[in-house]
Design a protein around this ligand. Structure first.
Ligand SMILES: [Zn+2]
Length: 595
């Protein structure tokens, strides 16, 4: 079933008088954003809760502080709902016309701003009346710190330090965050596309002409995947700072991207930033334009259902790896290492013995927390990386079934192409995905997706990778993907801290616990080298790995009996198989490789 919700302000608006929102961000460097909001009188306002792209009911309600409400100029009482804390009841006198809200969006240190740059996430700075959010008109001004530059996909006029935005509706406003900063630069990346950067230091916003030309490659390659676009213009809003405003959040006409200063050094060559920029850009189609039915909600109070995140995030994760390769930023070795790292981490997870990938998507809102315990057993956000293994198999199989005539680009043309349009939302179901795949090439797609995503799949999900001509291997050849997960069964930081542990592993049998810090290894001080030596020495029977560890000020000794030697993950070409992965990574559009 298709539901089309136009983001263009509809004539059948439930509310015709716009919300007037005046935001003062001149103190954003101190994490204080002052809001004055005027709207037609109503006895209930809601703080946005299910924020699009967060996949969780995590709108930062705690940030809304110093809240006061006024009806026709006179202060009135308010009361928080006892069940839904995001709802605020207002004691509106009969006949009152205008409601004014005054509050502070008090942000946590480093979340959206540093002393020299910041973001306005409109969903943190507005209360909404009931009703479909694309039918609530808004008229917005923003005052920025003197001398700071500002960027937004929503057009605005600047008068001094005040920005007056084009009239819009609440959904489009919240999908159009502002990025601003003292040090800023803007790089055009082909018709209507722009990489905008703010940083804590002038040198953080400077990128090379080669990187700029590479951004054009990303645009060309991404447009070749989809065949049409659904935005008027597109901006990457990138913050580069060692102090905060890290981000990765998709919007229809822009994305909020944020990295530390190291993240942009060396440009995008074999970098995680190339993945981030391609991932968030892909979301303009996969997630914002085409949206799972369960995530296409009329407002931010309605709970979102994450089941189809294996498409929304899973296929996006896949393109986040393939597009940097096609655009010339990633070489084959880097692509293989990134996929090997994901496949290996997924392969060893004990959680795959009890829950499906689909369940990680359904449970996204509770498992997204970065410090959630026992992430290997809950599987965390596996629908991202499992998506890479799923969609590489679909891409390879489409190529095999059609003798190289069709591939995943053809599916994406059907799924998210068509005519160029402005921002729109078109919802879809699991059945739509299967139907469109069959339209490209008939196959048991329903069965493949059932097995890879919906069934509990205790063995590694490497079928898709093998369809593309490659397999995951673990051996003692040093590589970037090690860290003692694949041998001892524990994740050891460079400081000796054991961050996580696999249930059923050699480390588990030795009663290792997350939170232990290794002090000594076979009576030598802890170091990566000494631990590696001990694992290698342990291959000879009778040489257990003896660790002195401390946790909660209790020092103890654990003996790990493990004889398997060091294990690193690699991708290895399957002899005699067609190398579809290399075909997939080949540019579709002719261009020079960026340096
Ligand atoms: Zn994403």
């Amino acid at each position: 079933m298709f539901a089309i919700a136009s983001l263009v302000f509809a004539s059948s608006a439930v509310q015709s008088v716009p919300i007037k929102l005046d935001v003062d961000a001149t103190d954003i460097g101190r994490n204080i954003i002052r809001v004055v909001e005027e709207l037609p009188a109503t006895d209930l306002v809601r703080f946005p809760k299910w924020m699009p792209g967060d996949h969780a009911p995590d709108g930062p309600l705690r940030n809304a502080i110093m809240f006061h409400a006024f009806a026709d100029g006179k202060e009135i009482k308010w009361r928080r709902d006892g069940v839904d804390l995001y709802d605020i009841h207002l004691d509106i006198p009969q006949g009152a016309q205008r409601l004014r809200l005054e509050f502070i969006d008090g942000e946590a240190i480093g979340d959206v701003a540093t002393s020299l740059l910041g973001r306005i996430k409109w969903g943190h700075a507005i209360f909404l009346p009931k009703g479909p959010v694309d039918r609530i008109p808004v008229r917005v001004t923003l005052k920025v710190p003197t001398g700071w530059q500002a960027f937004d996909s929503l057009p605005f006029k600047r008068m001094g330090d005040t920005l007056q935005f084009e009239d819009t509706n609440a959904e489009r406003l919240i999908d159009s965050p502002v990025m601003m900063g003292k040090y800023a630069a803007s790089y055009p990346a082909g018709e209507g596309h722009e990489l905008d950067i703010v940083g804590d230091d002038p040198k953080n916003v400077a990128i090379s002409p080669e990187t700029v030309s590479g951004m054009k490659n990303i645009v060309d390659e991404t447009l070749a995947v989809w065949g049409a676009k659904h935005y008027n213009s597109y901006k990457w809003l990138l913050t580069v700072s060692n102090f905060g405003a890290f981000d990765g959040l998709e919007h229809n006409e822009c994305s909020e991207d944020g990295v530390g200063a190291d993240g942009i050094m060396g440009g995008l060559t074999n970098s995680g930033l190339a993945d981030l920029l391609c991932h968030e850009y892909t979301h303009s189609w996969n997630g914002k334009y085409r949206r799972p039915a369960g995530l296409s909600t009329p407002d931010y109070a309605t709970p979102q259902q994450g089941e189809l995140l294996w498409v929304y995030e899973g296929m996006t994760q896949y393109w986040g790896y393939i597009l940097p390769a096609r655009a010339g930023f990633w070489n084959a070795e880097h692509l293989h290492d990134v996929i090997a790292a994901d496949a290996a981490r997924l392969a060893i997870k004990d959680g795959r013995k009890w829950k499906s990938t689909a369940d990680t998507a359904v449970a996204a809102s509770i498992d997204r927390h970065p410090s959630a315990p026992w992430a290997l057993a809950t599987r965390g956000q596996d629908y991202y990386q499992e998506g890479v293994l799923l969609w590489v198999g679909i891409d390879a199989t489409l190529r095999r079934l059609t003798n190289g005539q069709k591939n995943l680009n053809d599916f994406c043309h059907l799924f998210g192409g068509g005519q160029n349009t402005g921002p729109e939302i078109v919802s879809y179901t699991r059945e739509d995905i299967v139907r469109l795949l069959n339209q490209v090439a008939p196959y048991d797609w329903a069965g493949y997706i059932q097995k890879m995503v919906y069934d509990v799949h205790p063995t590694p999900t490497t079928e898709g990778l093998e369809m593309a001509g490659w397999r995951l291997v673990f051996n003692s050849t040093p590589g970037p993907v090690g860290g003692h997960f694949y041998d001892l069964g524990m994740d050891v930081g460079s400081d000796g801290m054991i961050n996580d542990m696999l249930i059923g592993s050699a480390a588990d049998q030795a009663k290792v616990a997350p939170g232990m810090k290794i002090l000594t290894v076979n009576n030598k001080p802890f170091s990566d080298g000494n631990l590696n030596d001990a694992v290698t020495a342990g291959m000879k029977p009778g040489n257990p790995i003896v660790l002195e560890v401390v946790k909660d000020d209790v020092v103890s000794v654990v003996r790990i009996d493990y004889t398997g030697g060091l294990k690193y993950a690699h991708l290895e070409a399957i002899p005699g198989a067609t190398d579809y992965l290399s075909q997939i990574a080949t540019p579709v559009v002719k261009h020079d490789n960026p340096k």
